[in-house]
Design a binder for this molecule. Structure first.
Ligand code: NAG
Ligand code: NAG
Length: 612
């Protein structure tokens, strides 16, 4: 294995180092406990150092091979003040990357500052928690849906340190399940699901002896390649959180394709290491919670909570197997008063930094704090090494935009889910700006509407097309009136006809003559009404194609009136001369024909005008 040669190289350079370095400090005891039960490797080391030199020492160095250091996501120290069992309180000690002289480039050093210098013979005890990501290597790298996931973990049985170590132990806690193999030298034993190495006595500085553990670990290797958390503050009472995840299963890749049938039918093919649900621990009083993937909202989510937390469990559409990826968004609102406070005339947001998701490793985390428009003097206090930047976000109604504080960190682990603070100044008057804008906006809109309607009319009234439209409407109305009058004339004609029929039935000449006079008067009235209409049509440019027909209609009606009266006189005349009904009919047959033809022509003209 390539790994082995790398370790060999280590051993060579480390043995050279041990003979050349000289230190004031020795580690009188170190107990390391490695937790391999999830996919995040945590090592808690309880260290006791002793000053055996003559100088006062206040810095303690920790050494890591570069291959391990590159996966070091978090390092924390706990210093126990007080002696022995009565540990009164714990404080964390300042820690920084160090580059001590004369050390090989294969090692990365961290330096811890002790609260007070150690005199000759003095001792100090503290704990160091180191958290590593991507440190369990799936082996085999590809498995099928039905296989368990096996991984490799490597470290050194001896604690790698620039100091000699008097007494040391190492314990490795495994998740249980299969243990394929483990390095048995030096002095290893397995107790339940814990591997124990040591105790070892008097190991020189820079000792390194590689161990490899090959074991079953079906923990869902949830890795967010990218997570963008947006925390948007609204002084109207809400802190809105939106989290965009690109989540992958960082374990052994799945080969041979996925069978949903197998997945559902055979529990053994469930993919022990796959994850079918994700758990988020949201703050208490979280509300308006949603979960959405590329396709849309997911309904299969469960939510429960108490006064201390809200727990959201979501089920992706597909179980996530090794090497698979999914993207989704969760969002929720939080009460403003739980997270934003007034401190010394400033506002302070105090909220957690990382993801609320269980045991997730975040390769690239971006936290954007969107402050209300008009905020200024923005400062952040983050208990983690982060890159800071600023942006502007625009949403509706914004004029200058909202200031956005952007924090970025790689390799984020649950230990980084610490509270951070953003301080900013905000004038309450700014709060009223948006409603004022809304109100004045509506007012302006209102004014604009009035102005628009006003302008619309004044423009259109004088516009040629508007005039044309009005005129053609007037022409149509006039033609309609003409038609009405002609129809009334026709009705009068019908009454005259009826009076002739009555005459033949009753022989009452007098009432027939009266009917004629009435008809004459009615027709004269109607013709008078026609005059202004016809003259309007003659003067209207829109009626140039209509008025000849109207004139024709009126002329025909006039002709029909004349013929009607002639017929009427003739019939009455013959009746008084006592001619028989048949004889009268014969004599007026030609007139009757002419009248029917005229009636037909009038009906045709009326129909034609109807269609305009
Ligand atoms: C998803 O749910 C949220 C909150 O319940 C809702 O506002 C949104 O309209 C929903 N979207 C779709 C696509 O259903
Ligand atoms: C932030 O909130 C946490 C939890 O409520 C609290 O422990 C911490 O003291 C707060 N930090 C500041 C600076 O107020």
């Amino acid at each position: 294995m390539a790994m082995a040669s790398r370790f060999a190289f280590f051993l060579v350079c480390l043995s050279i180092l041990s003979s050349t370095t000289r230190s004031e400090l020795v580690i009188s005891r170190i107990d390391r406990r490695v937790d391999l039960t999830s996919h995040i490797v945590r090592i808690l080391s309880s260290i006791k150092v002793e000053n055996v030199g003559n100088e006062v020492v206040s810095e303690v160095l920790l050494a890591f091979p570069n291959t391990q250091a590159k996966n070091l996501a978090a390092i924390k120290t706990l210093y126990n003040e007080g002696k022995g069992k009565a540990k009164s309180s714990s404080v964390s000690l300042p820690i920084r990357v160090a580059q001590p002289e004369g050390m090989p480039p294969e090692l990365t050093f961290y330096s811890i500052s002790l609260p007070k210098g150690l005199e000759k013979g003095g001792a100090a005890a503290f704990d160091v928690l180191t958290v590593f990501t991507h440190s369990l290597q799936p082996f085999p790298e590809e498995i099928t849906q039905a296989d368990v996931q096996l991984v490799l973990f490597q470290d050194s049985a001896y604690y790698l340190s620039p100091y000699a170590v008097k007494v040391q132990t190492l314990g490795i806690r495994l998740p249980g399940g299969r243990l394929e193999s483990y390095t048995k030298y030096p002095n290893a034993k397995l107790v339940d699901s814990e591997l124990r190495y040591g105790p070892f006595a008097d190991v020189p500085a820079f000792s390194y002896t590689p161990i490899i553990v090959h074991f079953e670990n079906n923990y869902p290797f949830a890795v967010a390649h990218d997570l963008v958390r947006e925390i948007e503050i609204s002084h109207w009472g809400n802190v809105q959180i939106t989290e965009h995840y690109t989540l992958a299963h960082g374990g052994a890749r799945t080969k041979g394709g996925f069978s949903r049938f197998d997945y559902q039918a055979r529990p053994s093919a469930r993919g022990l290491s796959s994850f079918s649900h994700l758990i988020f621990r949201l703050p208490p009083r979280a509300h308006s919670i949603y979960y959405r993937d590329e396709i849309g909202n997911i309904s299969t989510s469960h939510l429960w909570g108490d006064s201390r937390k809200t727990q959201l469990e979501i089920e992706p559409r597909f179980p996530i197997f090794g090497g698979w990826k999914t993207t989704f968004t969760i969002g929720y609102g939080l009460p403003l008063q739980d997270f934003v406070f007034k401190v010394d005339g400033k506002r302070m947001l105090n909220i957690t930094f990382g993801s609320p998701m269980d045991e997730v490793v975040i390769d690239n985390l971006i936290v954007k704090v969107v402050l209300p428009e008009g905020s200024n003097a923005i400062t952040a206090s983050v208990p983690l090494p982060v890159k800071q930047g600023e942006e502007i976000k625009y949403s509706h109604l914004d004029i200058v935009g909202r200031p956005v504080l952007v924090l970025q960190k790689n390799d984020v682990v649950p230990e980084d889910n610490l509270y951070f603070q953003v301080y900013y100044q905000f004038n309450n008057f700014s709060l009223l700006r948006e409603p004022m804008m809304l109100i004045s906006g509506f007012f302006l809109l209102f004014v604009a509407c009035i102005a628009y309607m006003h302008i619309d009319m004044s423009i259109s009234k004088s516009s040629a097309s508007y005039l044309a439209k009005i005129q053609s409407e007037e022409v149509q109305a006039t033609v309609q009136q003409v038609q009405n009058i002609i129809n009334q004339c026709l009705a009068v004609h019908d009454k005259l006809e009826a009076s002739l029929r009555d005459l033949s039935r009753t022989g009452d000449v007098q009432s027939c003559k009266t009917a004629r006079r009435t008809a004459d008067a009615q027709l004269k009235e109607l013709v008078k009404e026609l005059k202004p209409l016809v003259s309007f049509l003659h003067h209207s440019p829109q009626a140039f194609h209509i008025w000849p027909k109207v004139d024709e209609l009126i002329a025909k009606e006039k002709e029909m009136q004349e013929k009607m009266f002639v017929k009427h006189s003739t019939v009455v005349d013959y009746f008084e001369k006592k001619l028989s009904g048949r004889e009268i009919e014969n004599r007026i047959a030609a007139q009757q024909q002419k009248l029917a033809a005229l009636r037909q022509e009038i009906d045709d003209l009326l129909e034609f005008l109807d269609e305009i």
